[in-house]
Design a protein around this ligand. Structure first.
Ligand SMILES: [Zn+2]
Length: 130
C-alpha cells in the first residue's frame, strides 16, 4: 500500500472463511469491515484491493462516499501504476484467535457477524450471495 495514499492500518484481521452479517431480519455477505474509530480493518477470503483500500479509508475517518471514491481510485492506481508503491510495510502474525473479540461466530463453512446497530460498523456494499 502506498504510503502517500493512506497510512497502513495497525491491525488487519483476515477471516479464513466468508463472513455473513446478520442485522435484524437481514443477512448479507461482506468483503470487508471496519470498526469505526479503531485503527483496524477486517478482511474476508474474497477481499479485493479495492475492499482493502476502502476499509482502510474508513479506518482513517472517511465516510462511505469518500471510502468508495478512494477505494476505486486506489485500486486503479495499483492496477495501472504499480511503481507508486514504494514503501513496503511489514506485519507480524499475532498468535491468538480473535474471532470472539471481533464478534465473529463460527457457523460451519462461514462466520456470522451480528450487528447490534447500524452505527456499530460501517455500511458494506459488496454482496457476494444471498
Ligand atoms: Zn464502506
Amino acid at each position: 500500500m502506498s504510503k502517500s495514499l493512506l497510512p497502513a492500518p495497525k491491525h488487519v484481521y483476515i477471516a479464513e472463511k466468508p463472513v455473513k452479517v446478520e442485522r435484524d431480519s437481514e443477512s448479507f455477505w461482506i468483503m470487508g469491515a471496519q470498526k469505526r474509530g479503531e485503527d483496524m480493518i477486517i478482511l474476508s477470503p474474497y477481499s479485493t484491493i479495492e475492499n482493502i483500500i476502502h476499509e482502510t479509508a474508513h479506518s482513517v475517518g472517511f465516510g462511505e462516499i469518500g471510502a468508495q471514491i478512494i477505494g476505486k481510485l486506489g485500486s486503479l492506481r495499483v492496477q495501472f501504476m504499480p511503481c507508486i508503491i514504494r514503501k513496503q510495510v511489514k506485519y507480524r502474525l499475532a498468535e491468538e484467535d480473535v474471532a470472539e473479540r471481533l464478534g465473529l461466530k463460527e457457523a460451519g463453512t462461514h462466520y456470522t457477524l451480528r450487528e447490534k446497530s447500524k452505527t456499530a460498523y460501517q455500511v458494506k456494499h459488496f454482496i457476494l450471495e444471498v
